[in-house]
Structures are given as C-alpha cells and as structure tokens.
Ligand binder design. Structure first.
Ligand SMILES: Cc1ncc(COP(=O)(O)O)c(C=O)c1O
Length: 380
C-alpha cells in the first residue's frame, strides 16, 4: 500500500519538517537560557494565546485536565457543590470536578453539537448546583446563548471545558470566554498541538487568573516572598512545549482553513450514504465559526466499519466509546441520575475520521472510498 493510501489517524510528520528550522531556533535559545519550565517561551505563548483568543489572562498549565481542576478550584468550587457536566465528553471534564471535591451531575447532550442540552441542564439544577460546565466538542461550540441565560437565571457560574475549541467562536467571542473561565488542551492531536502534554486556562477575571497561576506552582504567591497561600499542584507548562506551540501558532489560521477544505471534501464524498450521518451545524453557530478539530460521522455498524477501515489502512478514533454514565468508576455516584439517550446513541454510532492539515485530498478520497466500499458490502 502506498503512503497516499495509508491514512493514519493523526500525523504531523510533514508539517514538522517544514516547521523545524523555526522551532530549532527557539529550542536553542531555551538551551542557552537554561530555563525549562514556565519561563520566557511560556510567557510569550501566554501572550500569543491571549491575543489570539481575546482573553484578558492566559495561564499555562501542564495539560488541559490539570487546567480544568485548577479552573474549578480557582473559581471556588469544592465539597458540597454540584457541577453540571455533559454525559458525553472526555473523562477529565467530570474527574476534574471530583478532584476538587465536588460532584459532577451528568446530563444529556444535543444532537449535532454533542454539547449540553440547555433544557436538560435546567431540569438538573438543585439547591447544590454551583456551576455549569459546557464542553465544546469536535467542530462547534455549545449553545452558549441559551446556557449562559440558564446560568444567569439561576445564579450559577459558567466554567467552560473548551479544551478542544481553539479557534471556535460564537458571535465573535472565543470559546472559554463566555463563562468565568475556560481551558485549552494542547495534546498533540489538538488543532494546536504540542509534542507532548500542555494546556492553558483562559479568563477575563484577574483574581481567578492570579489564583490559577499560584495553583500551578504549589499555591506559591507570585510576589517573590515564596509564601504558599493555597494548596496547589505542580502543573507548569514546559518551555520546550511552549516553543513547539509558538512555532505552530504562527500557522494556526492557515491550518484551520486547510481543515475546513478537507472537511468539505469528506462531507461531499460521504453525503448520500444512507448509513452515514455527516456532521451538521446547529443554527446556534454561524458557519464561519466552526473549527474542524475532529471530523465526526455517525455510522451504522460503527464497530464493524472501524475494523474494515483498519484493513484499508485507515486509522480512526471512537469519540467516545461510552457515555460517562457508563464509566465503571462513575456509575453509582450521586450525580449519575438523569437519562442520557442522546449521549448513549452517540456513543454507539460516532467515529472520528483522520483530520489534520498534513492530510492530502487523495487520502481523504481513499477514506471516502473505503467507507463506501464497506456499506456496499465489500469483504476487505
Ligand atoms: C473535551 C476535553 N476535555 C479535557 C481534555 C483534557 O486535556 P489533556 O489531554 O490536555 O489533559 C481533552 C483532551 O484530551 C478534551 O478533549
């Protein structure tokens, strides 16, 4: 099989070669400075991300999951509090709530956006509810107009898991900045990916940003006194990862545009297959505000399709194989008490197809041909 017809789920190999000369220069200066965590490159990245997103403050963290727990703690969420979280999301949207001693209450999502259903949120509010955590998944944001209204009506804080959502906006406002704070993950496969773990917290709230920054370094005050004011974590962002991210940030918009071209090609190629539902945009998000982090299709006989695609050299990723309500460590918790039929159906049918700027048109066509062959009944 030629490399044109092998389609890994993710690859940055071609772009890395192109970016290497610029990255090498940055890495050299890190080696000269001899400062490897939360130094000059991280500060530059924080500035760059704040500028790109419009955030008042950006705080580098070691990964997106830490950023979630830091955001919750900095917002004062703790024991006795409930946080409403979608049942269909990455595990740490919920585990971060448990890490700060609060309870994630899992509710259903909306078809299409795979994000919190505002009506389900409204039904789940109790006297213990303190916050709502919308999660923006795959290619579009949650219905933030409706969700921020529900929160305002009930006096709740909105804290966004915008880990996947760099570049996504609604009404011009970037993900993570609709509520009191949000996070970004720079996990390698993300739209802006590092070569390892990295994350960031976004907020316009100066006090929250100050607490968050302290929480990334064991709760130590930034005033030079070395006084510990909070019980924090070690969650600094590495200088080397910051160099990778600064280098890639320069091409982020270009790469987002490339992703849109590839997504349109997938949609054109896969439309008209009865067993496949291509991604669709909910009316709460304007078309220009989508970012194709993941191209997620809903497919009948999904697991068989995944196996078949593997025989055709196509990598896939199942997002998410089960709703959080069915994760063994969460089942039986007090927050697992609401029906989540849309989350359950999505977990049975959804699959992410390869999506990254390195992908060629020929590779997309190969994936489309393989999906078509599967539903035509080809054996391998
Ligand atoms: C929705 C969501 N939340 C949280 C995270 C956690 O980010 P990280 O992997 O950087 O810890 C991720 C990414 O993996 C994610 O997709």
């Amino acid at each position: 099989m030629s490399s044109e017809t092998t389609v890994p789920f993710y690859s940055w190999a071609r772009a890395a070669r192109r970016d290497w000369p610029r990255l090498e220069k940055r890495l050299e200066s890190v080696l000269h400075r001899g400062e490897f965590t939360a130094g000059q490159a991280v500060a530059e990245l924080e500035e760059g991300i704040a500028r790109y997103t419009g955030a008042g403050f950006a705080v580098g963290c070691n990964n997106g999951s830490d950023a979630l727990a830091i955001m919750l703690r900095a917002a004062g969420i703790g024991p006795g509090d409930e946080v409403i979280v979608p049942a269909y999301t990455f595990f740490s949207s919920a585990s971060s709530v448990i890490h700060v001693g609060a309870e994630p209450v899992l509710v259903d999502i909306q078809p299409g956006s795979y994000a919190l259903d505002p009506e389900a949120v409204e039904r789940a509010i109790t006297s213990r509810t303190r916050a709502i955590m919308p999660v923006h998944l795959f290619s579009q944001m949650a219905d933030m107009v409706a969700l921020t209204k529900v929160a305002a009506d009930h006096g709740l804080t909105v804290l966004e898991d915008s880990a996947e959502a760099i570049g996504m906006r609604v009404q011009g406002r970037h993900a993570g900045l609709w509520g009191r704070a949000g996070v970004l993950s720079f996990f390698p496969t993300k739209t802006l990916g590092a070569l390892g773990d990295a994350g960031m917290l976004l907020t316009d709230d100066e006090e929250l940003a100050r607490s968050a920054r302290m929480l990334t370094v064991h709760g130590r005050s930034p005033d030079g006194t070395r006084a510990h004011e909070l019980i924090g974590w070690n969650s600094r962002l590495d200088e080397i990862q910051a160099c990778v991210l600064l280098t890639r940030l320069e091409r982020l918009e270009e790469e987002i545009e490339r992703r849109a071209v590839l997504a349109a090609r997938y949609t054109e190629g896969l439309s008209g297959i009865d067993e496949v539902q291509v991604p669709w945009l909910r009316p709460t998000v304007q078309p220009g505000n989508q970012v194709w982090y993941v191209y997620l299709a809903e497919c009948q006989r999904r697991d068989e399709l995944v196996e078949f695609l593997e025989t055709r050299g196509v990598g896939t990723e199942v997002y998410y194989p089960r709703p959080l309500t069915q994760q063994p460590v969460l089942a039986g918790r007090p927050g697992v008490r609401h029906p989540v039929p849309v989350a359950e159906a999505s977990a049975r049918r959804a699959v992410g197809l390869p999506m990254y700027p390195d992908l060629t048109e020929a590779q997309v066509d190969h994936v489309v041909d393989a999906v078509r062959a599967f539903y035509r009944g080809a054996s391998s």
